[in-house]
Write a protein that binds this ligand. Sequence first.
Ligand code: NAP
Length: 319
Amino acid sequence: MAQKIVLVTGGTGLVGKAIETVSQTQQYQQFNKYRFIFLSSKDCNLTDYIATDNYFDKTRPSYVIHLAANVGGLFKNMNSKVQMFEDNMMINMNILKCCHKYNVEKVVSCLSTCIFPDKTTYPINEEMLHNGPPHTSNDAYEYAKRMIEVQSKAYNEQYGNKFVCVIPTNIYGPYDNFHLQDGHVIPSLIHKCYLAKKTNQPFIVSGTGNPLRQFIYSDDLARLMLWALENYDGSESIILSVNENDEVSIGDVAREIAHNFDYEEHLVFDTTKPDGQYRKTADNSKLRKLYGEYTFVDIKDGIKLSVDWFIKNYDVCRK
Ligand SMILES: NC(=O)c1ccc[n+]([C@@H]2O[C@H](COP(=O)([O-])OP(=O)(O)OC[C@H]3O[C@@H](n4cnc5c(N)ncnc54)[C@H](OP(=O)(O)O)[C@@H]3O)[C@@H](O)[C@H]2O)c1
């Protein structure tokens, strides 16, 4: 049987690298079913339609896992709204247009629980995505992301394509962006604690540490995205998240990071800083119904793996 090509856009990022790791496990190697291509922006600038079309013509993928996005922290989202909107709209538009043109059998695109309405009820579920405007601080990015679902459904309805979307919660793991401002909470706190210890300063965490979040380890998300590629055909999106009772506080995350650096006594919460939203619970019951019970990497183990990776790759990682 001919090998099917799986093109992973954003193949050099946090999730792309996890898919690379998981694709090398026995489960995906034993039948030699797939050949994975991990696309970097250096291989093809996906904001450029001609370049994207040429790349699809050259590689002819059967499946696409679409991860590529211009992503950033709050600062970038607030101050580069035009780029966040236009880059993401163009990337998604070009990818889905080419997937249709080159008869890609299935596309799994990545949304995010952070693009849900600002004012909503919790837990959030798949049906609530378009029920109100996102928070104004990153609305340009969030609207652009929401449009992947709109565009995917339009292709499915009009042309019978199989374009599905998955919605992960906060992701962390090796190959993350450990930038102090632009990184997400776990990688930026890992970097902060590393520097605090190195310079013998307190490890200061903004806020009370009370807000709760669901974190998914990147390899778990990669396994679930590959499961979705093979098994999930719904036109409605599906939330990929740990269970509701696996929410952890930012304080516990910070304590665990400090513990891994053996720096717990120097952890300080700066309660003069705002906390942000108290919780953003996502409901993963659709996943549990379709997949069954999935055993997620425990947050303590995931943080240890991430801290170890960061220390080992300090000179070369994104930070
Ligand atoms: N991280 C999270 O907590 C989180 C949570 C929910 C959802 N998500 C979603 O998950 C997906 C993957 O996120 P991630 O954290 O893995 O992102 P990431 O680490 O920041 O990686 C972004 C990827 O996109 C590629 N890219 C950016 N602009 C491109 C362009 N113009 N052309 C081609 N490739 C381009 C980058 O390629 P180069 O590195 O080669 O430039 C990189 O591989 C994204 O869609 C994101 O919205 C992330």
